[in-house]
Design a protein around this ligand. Structure first.
Ligand SMILES: *[C@@H]1O[C@H](CO)[C@@H](O)[C@H](O)[C@H]1NC(C)=O
Ligand SMILES: *[C@@H]1O[C@H](CO)[C@@H](O)[C@H](O)[C@H]1NC(C)=O
Ligand SMILES: *[C@@H]1O[C@H](CO)[C@@H](O)[C@H](O)[C@H]1NC(C)=O
Length: 248
C-alpha cells in the first residue's frame, strides 16, 4: 500500500516536470538548450533575391536572437504575455536602425514590423529570460561584443569579392572570438555561393558565449565574401542576377 502511494507520487512528479518542459501552452517559455545570435552580411542578403534599399551597411548586422535545442531545432512562436510595443522600440531607435536594420527600407516606422516579427517568432521563446525591451538590448549588446568584419579582415578574409575556404573563415573567427561559431552560405540564381550568416552560441540562460559546432551550412563551394553590390566589385554575374531579381 505504502509502495503504491509512493509510486503514484513518483509518477505525478514525472508528469508535472514533463508539463513544465513544454510550458509554452500555459504562457511560460518551453525548454531550450542554447541561445543563438545570428548575424548577416548585408551584401549577400541583397545578392540573393531579397528586396534591398540603395545602400546597405558594410558591417555585420543582426538577423535574430533565438532559442534552440541541442539537436539544432529552433524553438519558435511561443505563447508570451509580453508584446513588442512602439514605446519599447523607440527606446532603442538609433541602435536598431544601425545594427538591426530592415534592409528593404530606410524608414523607421516601416522597419518596426521586422522587430515585432522577430519578437513574436524568436524572442517569445526567450521570454522567461528577457522581455521585449531586454530582448532588443540583449541582441544589440551581443552584437557589440565582437566586430566580425574586423576579425575576418585581421584573419585575411576580406570582403572583396574573393572566395575563401570555410576553414579559413571559421578559423579567423575562432581566433578573434576564442569560441567556435557556425557559418551559413547562400546561393544566388546563377549559382554563386556567398558567405551569408555567422551564428554565435550562448548558454541556455543567454549569459555567456559558448562553442557552436564549428560547421559551415549550405556551403557547397568555397563562399565568396562579396563587397558592395552597387559601389564595389561584386562579380558581373552576381550584379546581373541581382538586377534581374529587382526587375522581376
Ligand atoms: C498584447 O497584444 C494582444 C493582441 O493585440 C492583446 O490582446 C494583449 O492584451 C496585449 N498584452 C499586453 C500585456 O498588453
Ligand atoms: C582579396 O583579398 C585577398 C586577401 O588579401 C587577396 O588574396 C585577394 O587577391 C583579394 N581579391 C581581390 C579581388 O582583390
Ligand atoms: C537576366 O534576364 C535576361 C533577360 O530576361 C536573361 O537573358 C539573362 O540570362 C538573365 N541573367 C541572369 C544572370 O539571370
Amino acid at each position: 500500500m505504502k509502495c503504491k502511494i509512493l509510486l503514484v507520487l513518483f509518477l505525478a512528479g514525472i508528469l508535472s516536470s514533463a508539463g513544465e518542459q513544454d510550458g509554452g501552452e500555459d504562457g511560460g517559455s518551453p525548454r531550450h538548450d542554447l541561445i543563438k545570435l545570428s548575424l548577416i552580411w548585408p551584401n549577400t542578403y541583397c545578392l540573393t533575391d531579397h528586396d534591398c534599399r540603395r545602400t546597405v551597411p558594410q558591417y555585420f548586422i543582426i538577423n535574430s536572437l533565438w532559442a534552440e535545442m541541442d539537436n539544432g531545432e529552433k524553438v519558435k512562436n511561443c505563447a508570451t504575455p509580453y508584446n513588442m510595443t512602439d514605446v519599447k522600440m523607440d527606446g532603442h531607435k538609433v541602435d536598431l536602425l544601425k545594427f538591426w536594420p530592415d534592409l528593404s527600407t530606410y524608414n523607421y516606422q516601416n522597419s518596426k514590423k521586422t522587430w515585432k516579427e522577430k519578437w513574436e517568432t524568436d524572442g517569445s521563446c526567450c521570454s522567461d529570460l528577457m522581455q521585449p525591451e531586454n530582448y532588443l538590448a540583449k541582441a544589440m549588446s551581443l552584437r557589440q561584443s565582437h566586430n566580425m568584419y574586423q576579425i575576418l579582415t585581421d584573419g585575411g578574409v576580406l570582403a572583396n569579392g574573393s572566395s575563401y575556404t570555410t576553414n579559413k573563415i571559421l578559423g579567423a573567427i575562432r581566433k578573434g572570438t576564442r569560441t567556435l561559431v557556425d557559418i551559413v552560405c547562400d546561393t544566388d540564381r546563377v549559382g554563386n555561393v556567398y558567405l551569408s550568416e555567422i551564428h554565435q552560441c550562448l548558454d541556455g540562460r543567454g549569459k555567456g558565449f559558448v562553442d557552436c559546432q564549428n560547421i559551415a551550412v549550405n556551403c557547397d563551394r568555397d563562399p565568396i565574401f562579396p563587397d558592395s553590390l552597387f559601389t564595389g566589385r561584386a562579380t558581373q554575374a552576381a550584379r546581373k542576377a541581382a538586377r534581374n531579381a529587382s526587375l522581376a
